[in-house]
Design a protein around this ligand. Structure first.
Ligand code: UT7
Length: 331
């Protein structure tokens, strides 16, 4: 019997309507469009407005679209993994909330937190359930409402992050398409450079933590930048080498969208040409778990069955990794 692989059979994304531009940020903190553009490549990012909304509210319309595109009934989905650092609630899992709202009555699910690498971790985890034959329709979500943990008085972080994300359907392939190989890494020593100080069990919310603005992202940009450049390039090169892929064999690099300079360093290390790199950071900024599915969603029509695609990410933890997949369909 042919080995079962896990293929992406559909992708759908969602970004909120409101665009927070560099011009608006200039009125909020001491920054300039020029600084943001040259240091990060970002021009605007989307913000989810409205009381009581979270990542599940972005995921549900995307999942409805995904079910329609793949001709799937909601009850057929047997698993959902939700990658996010900004879950609707601390518990229960946003996967459970989303499954309820989207009518995925037969799906078990859980959340996965690996910061900006979460989508790659979730894709890998989901693929194992499909490859083993136990699950046949697995939805992998990567969504974040980063605006909920951003201090809009801190110019070093508020210019970077935005809200949005996407969801993919994973199904068995007997043609050998889909996920071919993955490299996933983590190093908890990196936590000192990128974290949220309060709101966890070590430091629950209190008047003091709110006053000290400890429920927002804390990031030391330079050390994170250095680690991102070397590690994302390293795993992307390694996954090509161990699968005997040359730059010509690679149809697309799909990098996490944290900083245009990190993307460029990864591209150069792999030796692929610029037109093969998916980049939409200028419109969405860093949506954390959302960046990679948002790229795949926007490029879907250009992708061809059999295309070799390398996904790569680096984020808080530290976590990083790369996934090599063969695209499974023509749109
Ligand atoms: O996705 C999760 C993983 N995160 C990342 O991959 C992010 C990695 N880090 C980065 O992308 C970059 O480090 C940043 C975009 C966050 C910052 O860029 P940088 O080139 O590393 O700048 P810097 O932190 O070294 O700051 C340079 C200068 C400083 O001023 P002085 O000390 O030289 O006078 C900052 O205060 O730029 C200043 N600065 C700003 N100026 C205008 C920092 N933020 C801003 C700003 N506008 N928004």
């Amino acid at each position: 019997m042919a080995k079962i692989t896990a293929a992406i059979t559909g992708i759908a994304g969602y970004v909120p309507e409101y665009a927070l531009t560099n011009a608006e940020l200039e009125t909020m903190v001491d920054t300039t469009d020029e600084w943001i553009t040259t240091r990060t490549g970002i021009k605007e990012r989307r913000i989810l407005k409205g009381e009581g909304l979270g990542p599940s509210d972005m995921a549900v319309p995307a999942i409805k679209d995904l079910l329609e595109k793949t001709g799937t009934h909601a009850e057929e989905v047997d698993m959902i993994i939700f990658a996010s650092v900004t879950p609707d609630l601390i518990f229960p899992a946003t996967a459970n909330i989303t499954a309820d709202k989207a009518g995925l009555k037969n799906a078990f699910g859980y959340d996965l937190n690996a910061a900006c690498s979460g989508f790659l971790y979730a894709l890998t985890t989901g693929s194992k359930f499909v490859e083993s034959g136990t699950h046949k329709k697995v939805i992998v979500c990567g969504f974040d409402k980063m605006s909920s943990i951003i201090n809009y008085q801190d110019r070093t972080t508020c210019i970077i992050f935005g809200d949005g994300g996407g969801a993919v359907m994973l199904e068995p392939s007997e043609e050998g398409l889909g996920i071919q190989d993955t490299i996933l890494k983590s190093d908890g020593a990196g936590r000192v450079h990128l974290h949220q100080k309060a709101g966890g069990s070590c430091k629950p919310a209190s008047h003091e933590t709110v006053d000290a603005r400890e429920h927002f992202i804390y990031q030391e940009g330079q050390p994170v930048f250095k680690a991102a450049v070397s590690n994302m390039a390293d795993v992307s090169k390694k996954i090509m080498e161990r699968n005997n892929l040359t730059a010509d064999d690679v149809a697309y690099l799909v990098p996490h969208q944290a900083n245009l300079r990190i993307i460029e360093a990864t591209r150069r290390a792999m030796g692929v040409s610029p037109e093969k790199v998916m980049i939409n950071i200028e419109r969405y900024g860093n949506t954390t778990n959302g960046t990679i599915p948002l790229c795949l969603w926007e490029w879907e029509k250009q992708l061809k069955k059999g295309d070799n695609i390398i996904l790569a990410a680096f984020g808080g933890g530290f976590t990083w990794g790369s996934v090599y997949l063969k695209w499974a369909y023509n749109s």
